[in-house]
Design a protein around this ligand. Structure first.
Ligand SMILES: NC(=O)c1ccc[n+]([C@@H]2O[C@H](COP(=O)([O-])OP(=O)(O)OC[C@H]3O[C@@H](n4cnc5c(N)ncnc54)[C@H](OP(=O)(O)O)[C@@H]3O)[C@@H](O)[C@H]2O)c1
Length: 271
């Protein structure tokens, strides 16, 4: 097994993974190969991370056992049709493209023995705080799955799930940053409406959210228990929570995630 890892597509997500695996010491710079058509991106990746870059994806298949497909979902089919002859049974193909099922890769590559791992990461991976879910097909051994898991642990938390659960993951953590950003935006506007400057409101809102997450993680307590601790009798917080519950906040969030899960299922059916 060659100790080199290859990326096909050197965009934002590939860059986050490269940054994470170098920082974690998982692979040395020299052992990371990237195929990327864009000259500017190749120069950027070489100069910033000292990785090897190529215009063609042939060196990736020739030198790497683990190959991460990091192109947009809409260009995936063309890429697979172009490289299907080069995919061999020792390659561990890992795709981070949203929505495309493992069956899509196997059908397009046309080889039953292809080892395929599908990953649903999220955008905080760009700052090494991602949440990724991994699913494999039967051709991938436990040891090979572990090698893939290590890569995504370098950019955050990882869960291993059957592929059937990836639509739920898309609705929760994949699309989740959008809900969190919307909540924070609303919190900032609320501060401004109450008379704070936008700068002050933004600073307080961001710290309130990140501090609350840290408190949850470090205390190990259930969110309801911590909420109970900040709602004093007849106080401001319980008065505000009353408003949240009257509009059905809990149910709204569950509906929001469910809508994204349904949409993910719909998109997964489209070829
Ligand atoms: N960004 C995220 O937060 C995020 C989150 C979850 C999942 N994902 C998934 O991650 C994948 C990559 O997303 P991204 O944001 O990193 O996209 P991106 O920045 O557009 O990167 C994709 C790169 O692949 C290059 N490329 C296109 N065709 C290629 C080919 N045949 N061979 C080699 N390289 C090729 C593109 O070059 P050109 O620009 O010249 O076409 C581009 O530089 C997507 O499938 C997306 O669904 C991304």
């Amino acid at each position: 097994m060659k100790q080199q890892i290859g990326f096909i597509g050197g965009g934002q997500m590939a860059e986050a993974l490269i940054r994470g695996i170098i920082a974690s010491g998982l692979y040395r710079e020299n052992d990371i190969l990237v195929a990327e058509p864009n000259d500017f991106r190749r120069d950027h990746l070489e100069q910033t991370y000292s990785v090897k870059t190529f215009e063609s994806n042939v060196p990736i298949f020739d030198n790497c056992r683990i190959i991460i497909l990091a192109v947009k979902p809409q260009t995936m089919k063309a890429l697979l049709l172009d490289c299907r002859e080069r995919v061999q049974s020792h390659h561990i193909m890992i795709s981070i493209a949203a929505g495309l099922p493992i069956s899509f890769y196997l059908e397009t590559i046309g080889k039953n023995d292809t080892k395929m791992i599908r990953v649903m990461p999220n955008t905080p991976a760009l700052v090494l705080e991602g949440a990724s879910a991994l699913s494999r097909n039967d051709n991938v051994s436990d040891e090979e799955l572990r090698a893939a898991e290590e890569i995504f642990l370098a950019v955050g938390e990882v869960v291993i799930l059957d592929e059937v659960h990836l639509d739920a993951v898309t609705g929760l953590s994949g699309s989740g940053p959008a809900y969190v950003f919307s909540f924070i935006e609303a919190l900032i506007d609320a501060g401004v409406k109450s008379g704070l400057t936008r700068v002050v409101s933004e600073k307080l809102a961001l710290q309130t959210v990140s501090g609350s997450v840290k408190l949850l993680k470090e205390s190990g307590e259930h969110p309801a228990a911590l909420r109970g601790k900040v709602t004093s009798p007849g106080g401001t917080a319980i008065t505000a929570i009353h408003v949240l519950e009257k509009v059905g906040f809990h149910g709204i969030i569950m509906d929001v995630v469910e809508a994204a899960v349904i949409r993910s299922k719909e998109l997964g059916k489209v070829e």
